[in-house]
Write a protein that binds this ligand. Structure first.
Ligand SMILES: NC(=O)c1ccc[n+]([C@@H]2O[C@H](COP(=O)([O-])OP(=O)(O)OC[C@H]3O[C@@H](n4cnc5c(N)ncnc54)[C@H](OP(=O)(O)O)[C@@H]3O)[C@@H](O)[C@H]2O)c1
Length: 257
């Protein structure tokens, strides 16, 4: 049996797909996990003022969760949402972030590559996740920013285009290969530019590799567009650039920038 790490306790806000997977790994490592749902657990946050708080709500619930975390030191908070969430976290300088590189949907669970964490609260969490069976790595702010730009490419392809074309990811990548690559390229280049990092030519082939086990994924309704393709188009406009492939797909859903 693996030895436990005994790293104390961690609060987990939002026990959905990601929250329950991270909680399971933390618990396996010997961490005491204190769950916080919409209705329960918030009162415990002040009981241990050193314990990290992993925030695992969806992007759409982030603003509400952030307002409920008012008064909790930013240095304790770790946000793992996909998408362009920097504006939502602007009032929490010094908070930590995570980019989740597994896919969890019901019974399906696949680690695509190590999840990436950065910030003052992530060292013990990353160690505990690895100990509990989830590949994870802690990096500095700059490599994290590059990883964020790369992940934005993933999230702009695995979502909106599937809803617009009513195709699975596998079907989409075969039937609309050229569009998929442009959607990805627009997303990573604009996000990278906004973050002051340089995109890599290797990100697209890496994406195709990561997407292989996800060919069955569908997206009947495109969600969180203001944090994903919508954010890319908005950022592009601010930078004086164009993102026609993302704009066309957004227009097909009636999404207004
Ligand atoms: N699932 C994946 O494979 C995956 C992979 C990479 C990244 N991500 C990202 O991780 C984030 C979470 O995704 P998910 O798939 O875990 O979503 P999810 O399954 O919908 O889970 C979100 C959880 O947050 C809870 N919640 C919502 N508002 C809350 C609040 N104010 N306080 C406390 N809890 C609240 C929800 O509770 P209710 O049930 O009451 O609504 C739900 O349990 C998203 O940004 C997603 O893009 C997900």
């Amino acid at each position: 049996m693996a030895m436990s790490l005994s790293i104390g306790q961690t609060f987990v806000v939002g026990l959905g797909e990601v929250g329950r997977r991270l909680s399971g790994a933390l618990a396996s490592s010997g961490t005491a996990v204190i769950p916080i749902s919409r209705k329960c657990g918030w009162e415990h946050l002040s009981a241990d003022r050193d314990a990290p708080v992993l925030v695992c709500v969806r992007e759409e619930a982030l603003t509400d969760a952030v307002s409920r975390l008012h008064g909790v030191a930013a240095e304790r908070l770790v946000f793992v949402q996909n998408g362009w969430i920097r504006p939502a976290l602007a009032g929490l300088p010094g908070c930590s972030r995570g980019l989740i590189w597994f896919t969890s949907k019901g019974d399906f669970y696949k680690v695509l590559r190590p999840s990436i964490f950065s910030g003052p609260a992530v060292a013990t969490i990353t160690e505990a996740l690895v100990h509990g069976g989830i590949a994870a790595t802690a990096v500095d702010a700059r490599p994290f920013a590059a990883a964020e730009a790369e992940k934005m490419g993933f999230n702009c392809v695995v979502g909106l285009p599937l809803a617009v074309h009513a195709l699975s990811l596998g079907e989409y990548l075969v039937r609309h290969a050229a569009e998929a690559e442009v959607v990805f390229a627009e997303a990573v280049s604009i996000t990278a530019r906004a973050l002051g990092v340089v995109p890599s030519d290797g990100w697209w082939p890496e994406f195709l590799r990561a997407a292989e086990p996800l060919g069955w994924v569908r997206s009947s309704v495109a969600k969180a567009l203001e944090y994903r393709n919508g954010a890319v188009v908005r950022l592009a406009r601010e930078l004086g650039e164009r993102t026609p492939a993302n704009e066309r797909l957004l227009a097909a859903t009636g999404f207004q920038i």
